[in-house]
Design a protein around this ligand. Structure first.
Ligand SMILES: [Fe+2]
Length: 192
């Protein structure tokens, strides 16, 4: 194992996303971090361990790689077996995603109703699709929420992606598009 690539990335990410008391604008944050993720992908083989690559037939798998002690930053390796998708969700944080293996697909939703903080009366329209091949980096910022599903169609091969967020990503909003509602859920991950 070569921890230096990961340690270097985390140190740079902490420096460019903090301090928590005075964080930069989320858009500036992902601007600074996206090139770092591009480099990290190339070195993923040096620090990803077998436990980071474990998948599950039950659903896509979130394997924790790093969680900051103050919960201001987290990095996960996500493993997507063919046919596995997230539900429609947002993040409540900025995020930077890099694809290590396979093709990760993102299907966006556009919020048509104003966000007054209510969990109902939410009108979403389907937006575009992005195909992220190995080596690709994408990012998002909150407010308004970035709402999407991510996954791998059944006819494609496994995908592995790295996800850096501006907080411990242990909960987020799930949307019921037909009902126009959302609810907060807690999501599990595997510890490294
Ligand atoms: Fe997401």
């Amino acid at each position: 194992m070569n921890p230096s690539a990961l340690e270097h990335f985390i140190a740079q990410a902490v420096a460019r996303s903090g301090p928590p008391a005075h964080p930069p604008e989320p858009a500036d944050c992902v601007l600074a971090l996206a090139p770092l993720m591009l480099d990290l992908i190339e070195q993923a083989g040096s620090f990803l361990q077998p436990q980071h690559l474990q998948g599950s037939a039950v659903g896509y798998t979130r394997n924790l790689v790093y969680d900051a002690p103050d919960r201001s930053l987290s990095l996960y390796a996500l493993v997507w077996l063919p046919g596995q998708w997230t539900p429609v969700h947002d993040h409540g944080s900025w995020g930077v995603v890099g694809v290590v293996e396979g093709v990760l697909e993102e299907r966006s939703y556009v919020r048509l109703s104003p966000d007054r903080g209510a969990d109902d009366g939410i009108v979403l329209a389907r937006g575009g699709t992005v195909l992220l091949n190995r080596g690709a980096v994408t990012s998002f910022v909150p407010n308004p929420d970035h709402i999407h599903i991510t996954g791998v169609p059944a006819e494609r091969q496994r995908a592995v992606s790295l996800h850096l967020y501006g907080r411990t990503m242990s909960d987020f909003n799930l949307y019921d598009v037909a009902a126009g509602t959302r609810r907060r859920i807690h999501v599990a991950h595997n510890e490294s």
